[in-house]
Design a protein around this ligand. Structure first.
Ligand SMILES: [Zn+2]
Length: 404
């Protein structure tokens, strides 16, 4: 085999092919280093003598549809200059790997368009081999996200299993990149991130979070000068949960009454955008039926619709007036959960209205959450948390992201 072909097609330099044969459906190419290239791997001197050898197999890129194995006679060398005895250095594979650099590169290329499972099957290697190749690539490029230009961040959590296991992610709201992944959803989950922010002297100007007490306290403590905005989607979602709980309680209450038909099946109508419902006569009728059986439910429903307008006021001052009026109305609803929600919101007025200073939301984090759900479906699981973390860091770069 021609030396330049070996070098350009297989990434093997300074070796000569001794024999090529076809065996067990594989092409096997026997190679050895050219005599004049044998060097001491410690001092680099050429004054060496052969001191035995081992035969090692390396998986190479396939030729057409045929698997190819590079079988190398790896020399042990004794150096006359420095006296050491070493195995010769291999320049086309990492020391302990059983595949060539070119093979690893092919795995990376294929990983951009195929799942780990498919790449492994196509190249006839184990799932773990493909995963390990992906992992070392990701480690090299993503293990330490660059946060030097980060100014605005979003913090959110996502569940990693049906139990109570959570992870916290920090997203750069301008680049869309995940810049931190922490275990859990308490203040410890952010500890390493704050440490990096301090160490690098990063000036974070604005933060969006949900109403989680742990995140709020953590931001207050670590970024006292940043504008802290409470995400409006989360606020609306929380109020939706209050309404949904009222609906469920009513279902239980009217279980044996005729009124159950009014409330049953109304969940979606109650939580959906009001404008979508009233444009459909049948839906509108069903909604009105549900609201007619319980006054607090009806009041809360209209409060939910009204709350959306909080973020559509012409100015922060108008928004504040609107907000306080809304709170007053909510406090009049005869339902303890609604009252609690209103008090909770009032306590956080400053951070809610901060949206008028900086228009940020944790929306990009939500988008990422959906991608994570897909990743979970692809069954990477969380067996290897470091790998999962690296995959999250690489998510935003379309060119480098792996399929699935
Ligand atoms: Zn030497």
């Amino acid at each position: 085999m021609n030396t330049s072909f070996m070098s350009t097609a297989l990434g093997i330099h300074g070796c000569e092919a001794q024999r090529i044969r076809y065996e067990d459906k594989r092409i096997i190419i026997n190679i050895k280093t050219k005599e004049e290239r044998l060097k001491c791997s410690l001092c680099g001197g050429s004054n060496v003598i052969k001191y035995g050898y081992v035969i090692r197999d390396f998986k190479s890129v396939p030729v057409g549809r045929r698997e190819m194995i590079v079988r190398m006679k790896v020399q042990r060398l004794k150096c006359n200059d420095c006296g050491c005895i070493h195995q010769e250095k291999i320049n086309f594979a990492k020391e302990k790997h059983t595949y060539t650099h070119f093979f690893a590169k092919l795995v990376i290329d294929l990983s951009r368009i195929s799942t780990i499972k498919d790449v492994a099957r196509y190249l006839r290697v184990s799932w773990d081999t493909v995963k390990e190749i992906q992992k070392s690539y990701l480690k090299l490029h993503y293990s330490c996200p660059d946060i030097r230009n980060t100014r605005r961040i979003g913090i959110d959590e996502f569940s990693i299993s049906k139990g109570n296991k959570y992870m916290t992610i920090v997203v750069d709201l301008d680049s869309g990149a995940i810049i931190h992944v922490g275990k859990g959803r308490d203040k410890n989950s952010l500890r390493i991130f704050w440490k990096r922010v301090r160490k690098l002297g990063i000036q974070i100007e604005a933060v969006a979070t949900d109403m989680s007490g742990a995140f709020m306290a953590s931001v207050r403590e670590n970024l006292p000068n940043a504008v802290h905005v409470l995400d409006h989607f989360h606020i609306s979602k929380m109020f939706n949960e209050v309404i949904d709980r009222m609906r469920r309680d009513l279902c239980v209450k009217y279980k044996k009454s005729q009124l159950i038909s009014c409330i049953k099946g109304s969940r979606w109508l109650l939580l959906k955008n009001g404008s979508d419902v009233i444009s459909n006569n049948k839906m509108k009728q069903k909604l009105e039926q549900a609201l007619s059986i319980n006054k607090p439910l009806a009041q809360s429903y209209y409060l939910k619709e009204e709350l959306k307008l909080l973020w559509r006021q012409p100015s922060k001052e108008k928004a504040q007036t609107f907000f306080l009026q809304w709170i007053e109305k909510a406090l009049c609803v005869r339902d303890p959960a609604v009252k609690r929600f209103a008090i909770n919101l009032k306590d956080r007025m400053k951070n809610i209205l901060a949206w008028y200073d900086v228009h940020i939301t944790t929306g990009p984090v939500e988008g990422i959450n959906n991608k994570i759900k897909t990743m979970k479906r692809m069954a990477y699981g969380y067996r290897d948390q470091e790998f999962f973390k690296l995959k999250l860091y690489a998510l935003h770069t379309n060119t480098n992201a792996f399929s699935g």
